[in-house]
Write a protein that binds this ligand. Structure first.
Ligand code: NAD
Length: 249
């Protein structure tokens, strides 16, 4: 099926590694022009080098998506390079776990900033362009953790907030033919997750609760992104797609 992504400009935050990196490589392979954005700009450059080597088109952006000025500057650079923005994927995230009684204000603020405020900054910065184009796709990456997880009050609250943000933007932007949807992954085999102490046990427990009895790969999440980014999904907005192998608890 042709997803209609050829030459589309796709901005992906947190594209330097993990799910975001897989997304950047996959969208580029579909013919999209990719803006690979990561605060670790070296990683973003490596992703762009891989895309270019494979014959695709991409540019790297550095800077934190949690800083308004850096978001505005990054979006301006993307527009300068490619002239339009069709798809925004708010994927960058950051966790800093602690039991509630030990969680500091800084831990709370840092996680809320990257996981919730940054998607707001990025959506606000691309919206004027998408409104002028009368076309856009915003895809926010939340987490199954919005249902609650131990030692993650900051992350769970931020990801639950992403659901509310997505709904609000879908309501506001639908009139401009801009869709806004959310993907909530379960546990996914990324470098970060694999490096966590006790990953094997975590993964085993996750799989016991999943209906599909295997570990999720980044590509499982990217398949959901491709669908929401495609022309095919143009009548679907404000929606939440769980990509958890059927695990909800
Ligand atoms: N991996 C999982 O098991 C899992 C589960 C549920 C949800 N998710 C969600 O999927 C998304 C991707 O997860 P992942 O595991 O690939 O993450 P990851 O930690 O492997 O990669 C995140 C990337 O975001 C970048 N980043 C962090 N803060 C940034 C900032 N302020 N500005 C710009 N870039 C920044 C990091 O440098 C990193 O390259 C996240 O939204 C995460 O919450 C992941």
């Amino acid at each position: 099926m042709d997803l209609g992504l050829k030459d589309q400009v796709v901005v992906i935050t947190g594209a330097g590694r993990g799910i975001g990196r897989e997304a950047a490589l996959t969208f580029a392979a579909e013919g999209a022009r990719v803006v690979a954005w990561d605060k670790d700009v070296e990683l973003a450059h490596e992703v762009v080098a891989g895309i270019t080597k494979a014959g695709g088109t991409a540019m790297a952006l550095g800077g934190s998506v949690g800083v308004r000025q850096e978001v505005e500057a990054g979006v301006a650079r993307a527009l300068e390079a490619f002239g339009r923005i069709d798809v925004l994927i708010n994927n960058a995230a950051f966790g800093d776990d602690a039991p509630l009684v030990d969680m500091t204000d800084e831990q709370w603020d840092r996680v809320l900033n990257v996981c919730l405020t940054a998607p707001f900054y990025c959506a606000r910065a691309v919206a004027p362009t998408m409104i002028a184009q009368k076309y856009g796709r915003i895809i926010n990456i939340a987490s199954r953790a919005h249902l609650g997880e131990v030692n993650k009050a900051n992350y769970c609250a931020a990801k639950a907030g992403v659901l509310g943000l997505s709904r609000a933007l879908a309501v506001e932007l639908g009139v401009h033919d801009i869709t806004v949807n959310t993907i909530a992954p379960g546990i996914v085999r990324t470098e970060r997750v694999l490096a966590q102490p006790g990953y094997e046990g975590l993964n085993e427990r996750a799989q016991q609760r999943q209906l599909i009895k295997r570990a999720a790969q980044p590509s499982d999440i990217v398949n959901g992104m491709l669908f929401f980014a495609s022309r095919t999904s143009g009548f679907i907005t404000g929606d939440l797609m769980y990509v958890t192998g059927g695990r909800l608890t």
